[in-house]
Design a protein around this ligand. Structure first.
Ligand SMILES: [Ca+2]
Length: 387
C-alpha cells in the first residue's frame, strides 16, 4: 500500500514500465520481511496454525497503521496538488518547444492531460500532422514513455474566419478534456504556437471558457501587441480567444528575451553534460545556433538564443510576476486597440530565471536517473534540421 501511495505522487514513473519494476521490488521486499520475522519469532515448520494466524494478524495491523500514517504524511507534508495541464505546441519549427515538452513531462508538479500538435509555416505540410509525428517521437523515443498522456493532432492551417471552427481531433479533445473542470477548478491550457485548435474549441463550445485558463506565449510586448511568430500564424484565432473572455495569461517576446535567453556556453553547461535527453537538447541548440546565428557572427558566441515557450511553465510554477490590464481587441495588423468592456488580461512582467532553470535541471536529472533512455541517433524530423 505504501509503495502504491509513493507511486501516485511520482508521475514520471506512472507513465511507463519502470513503475512496474518498483512493484516487483516491493513484493520481494515484503516476502523478505515476513521470512525474517518468521525466523525471529521461532515460527518454523513446527508452529501451530493458530500461532501463524495470530502472527499474521499482528503484522497486518502494524502494517495498516504504518501505511495510514504514511498516507497522511504524504498528503499533508510533501505533496502539493498537481496542476492539470494540456499543451498545444508547434514543435518542429524551432528548439524551444522541445524544452517545454521535456519540463512538462519530467516535473511531477504537472498533471498532463494531453499534448496537441499545432501548425507553423516552417513545418513541412501538412504542418499539424508533421508536428504530431515529431511530438509523438519526442514523447515515446526521446523521453522513453511506453504509456503516456494522449498525443493529439491539431489543425494544419489557420482559421478561415472567426466564426468557423476547424474540426480537428485536437479541438474535440480539448472540449472533452475540459469537461472535468469548472470556473473554480480550471484546466490549464498552454499554447506555445498558433491557437487555431483552442479557437476552434471555443467556437464549437463557448462554455469551455468557464472550464479552462489559457497561458499563451505570444505577442511582442504590452501595450503594442505586435507582429510575433505565434500570433502571425493565426491572427483570427487569437482574435477569437481574446474576444471570448476566456481567462488569459500572456508571456510576450520581450519578457522571454529578458528572462529566458541562454548563451551558447550556458546551454552547453546546462544540458550538454547531462544524459541522453540533455544531449539531444544540446545537439538541437547547436544545430539551430549554427544555422541561424553563426553565419552572421563568425567569431562571436556572445549572442544568446531564447527558450521562449518555457515562460508558460514558469507561470504555472509561480515563478513569474504579472500585471493585470483591461483586455484589448486585436486588430488584423496585430496591434491592440481598446476593448469593448472592462474584462481583464494578465501579462507576465518578469521571470525568476535562476529558480526556473534550477528546477528544470533538477527534474531532468531525476528523470534521466530513473528511466531507460535511448542513446541512438533518431531521424531528424525537426524543420530546421531537414535538408
Ligand atoms: Ca512554439
Amino acid at each position: 500500500m505504501e509503495y502504491r501511495i509513493l507511486n501516485r505522487f511520482t508521475p514520471y514513473q506512472t507513465y511507463d514500465d519502470n513503475s512496474r519494476n518498483t512493484y516487483g521490488l516491493t513484493h520481494i521486499r515484503c516476502i523478505s520481511v515476513f521470512f525474517f520475522v518468521d525466523k525471529l519469532m521461532g515460527l518454523d515448520g513446527k508452529s501451530t496454525r493458530m500461532k501463524r494466524f495470530r502472527m499474521c494478524r499482528c503484522v497486518f495491523r502494524g502494517w495498516a497503521v504504518r501505511s495510514g500514517l504514511f498516507a497522511l504524511l504524504s498528503v499533508s507534508g510533501t505533496c502539493a496538488p498537481r496542476l492539470p495541464v494540456v499543451l498545444s505546441t508547434d514543435v518542429g519549427n524551432e528548439i524551444d518547444d522541445q524544452w517545454a515538452i521535456v519540463y512538462l513531462l519530467t516535473n511531477p508538479a504537472f498533471d498532463v492531460r494531453g499534448l496537441m500538435s499545432a501548425h507553423a509555416p516552417s513545418i513541412r505540410p501538412p504542418a499539424g500532422h508533421t508536428s504530431y509525428l515529431i511530438l509523438r517521437e519526442i514523447v515515446e523515443q526521446r523521453l522513453g514513455l511506453v504509456t503516456h498522456p494522449p498525443v493529439v493532432e491539431g489543425a494544419s492551417e489557420p482559421l478561415r474566419d472567426i466564426h468557423t471552427a476547424t474540426k480537428t481531433p485536437a479541438a474535440n479533445f480539448l472540449i472533452q478534456a475540459s469537461r472535468d473542470f469548472d470556473p473554480e477548478h480550471r484546466l490549464n491550457v498552454l499554447t506555445i504556437g498558433a491557437v487555431t485548435d483552442l479557437a476552434s474549441a471555443i467556437i464549437q463550445d463557448p462554455g469551455i471558457t468557464n472550464r479552462i485558463q489559457v497561458v499563451d506565449m505570444g505577442f511582442k510586448n504590452w501595450p503594442v501587441g505586435g507582429d510575433e511568430f505565434n500570433i502571425a500564424n493565426d491572427v483570427k484565432a487569437m482574435q477569437v480567444v481574446l474576444d471570448s473572455g476566456v481567462p488569459l495569461v500572456v508571456g510576450s517576446a520581450d519578457v522571454c528575451q529578458a528572462g529566458l535567453a541562454v548563451s551558447y556556453q550556458e546551454a552547453e553547461q546546462m544540458v550538454g553534460t547531462r544524459g541522453p535527453i540533455g544531449r539531444w537538447l544540446w545537439d538541437e541548440y547547436q544545430a539551430w545556433y549554427y544555422r541561424f546565428l553563426k553565419p552572421l557572427r563568425k567569431d562571436d558566441f556572445s549572442k544568446p538564443w531564447v527558450i521562449w515557450d518555457t515562460i508558460t511553465l514558469a507561470y504555472l510554477l509561480g515563478q513569474t510576476k504579472q500585471a493585470v490590464y483591461t483586455r484589448p481587441h486585436l486588430k488584423d495588423d496585430m496591434s491592440f486597440e481598446a476593448g469593448k468592456d472592462d474584462r481583464k488580461i494578465s501579462w507576465i512582467t518578469t521571470i525568476d530565471t535562476k529558480t526556473f532553470w534550477a528546477g528544470f535541471l533538477d527534474k531532468l536529472d531525476a528523470y534521466e536517473m530513473t528511466h531507460a533512455l535511448t542513446t541512438e541517433v533518431l531521424p531528424a524530423h525537426t524543420g530546421f534540421l531537414l535538408p
